[in-house]
Ligand binder design. Structure first.
Ligand SMILES: NC(=O)c1ccc[n+]([C@@H]2O[C@H](COP(=O)([O-])OP(=O)(O)OC[C@H]3O[C@@H](n4cnc5c(N)ncnc54)[C@H](OP(=O)(O)O)[C@@H]3O)[C@@H](O)[C@H]2O)c1
Length: 242
């Protein structure tokens, strides 16, 4: 039986990257409401602990900063039960207009940062014989959209990494889930302004950050025998732009 109590994550420790706003914030708040102590990592957070939350200012593209943040979590709070690699960036530009710096920054945040966080924590999760790695992918981890060379490269790569992790962690007790949403109404869309662009899903029709958070909560609260390997979410009214 899965735990149907109001606090199914009581006593659990969760770590969420990119949790200062958008999907990461919604995930952090829902895991907190489910009883977990939640560590939030983002560049704009101020270090501190209160009311079941520990905030750590961290640029997750910086290997030394990730080592430091993970070290503090392990020392002060213990080994996380749930790790949500969420921090990400997104832009739309044809390949010839995408600068090498934009491409590299997208890969650094969307792909290398989850690698850095995962490699630092996996040995601890495996030693304990339990834990859950959740990756926030995207519809762009399996569908090609024009203007998405950098984003699709990072998210298809992330899906690849998720599949390899699932193979490496089989029979260790550590579970892995990739959650791949279509458009979600978060600040990530502000520079793009989809409501003003023909062919884009309107913000009012998009998924809400809380919808993605509920998928994460579902995955991490299944009975230990259940591996939710992936969850794909789309808005009901959805424009598949070319
Ligand atoms: N919104 C969508 O339509 C959608 C759809 C599918 C998948 N996703 C994925 O969902 C994830 C979250 O997206 P979102 O829409 O919630 O974006 P968002 O609202 O722009 O939030 C991005 C988060 O990432 C953090 N972040 C950015 N750079 C960082 C860095 N170097 N180090 C640490 N944290 C960093 C930001 O915090 P700071 O600025 O404080 O660092 C912020 O908390 C991303 O992986 C995105 O690809 C989004």
């Amino acid at each position: 039986m899965s735990d149907a109590s109001p606090a199914p994550l009581a006593g659990k420790l969760a770590l969420v990257t990119g949790a200062s706003r958008g999907i990461g914030l919604a995930v952090a708040e829902l895991l907190l409401a489910a009883g977990a102590h939640v560590v939030r990592l983002a560049r704009s957070l101020v270090d501190g602990t209160a009311n079941g939350r520990t905030d750590l200012r961290c640029d997750v593209t910086d290997p030394a900063a990730v080592e430091r943040a993970v070290g503090r979590v392990l020392t002060d709070l213990g080994v996380p039960d749930i790790v949500v690699n969420n921090a990400g960036i997104f832009f739309i530009k044809p390949v010839a207009e995408t600068t090498p710096d934009e491409f590299a920054r997208t890969i650094a945040l969307n792909l290398m940062a989850p690698f850095l966080v995962t490699r630092a924590l996996v040995p601890h999760l495996v030693r304990r014989g339990a834990g859950h790695l959740v990756t926030i992918g995207s519809i762009s981890d399996h569908v090609a959209f024009t203007g998405s060379t950098a984003y699709a490269a990072s998210k298809f790569g992330l899906r690849g990494m998720h599949e390899v992790l699932r193979a490496e962690l089989a029979r260790t007790g550590v579970r892995t889930t990739i959650v791949s949403p279509g458009p979600v109404d978060t600040p990530i869309w502000d520079p793009i302004d989809p409501d003003a662009r023909p062919g884009f899903t309107k913000r009012s029709a998009m998924l809400q950050a809380g919808d993605v958070a509920e998928a994460v909560l579902f995955a991490v609260t299944r009975a230990p025998r259940v591996d939710v390997t992936e969850v794909r979410l789309l808005p009901t009214v959805y424009t598949l732009r070319g």
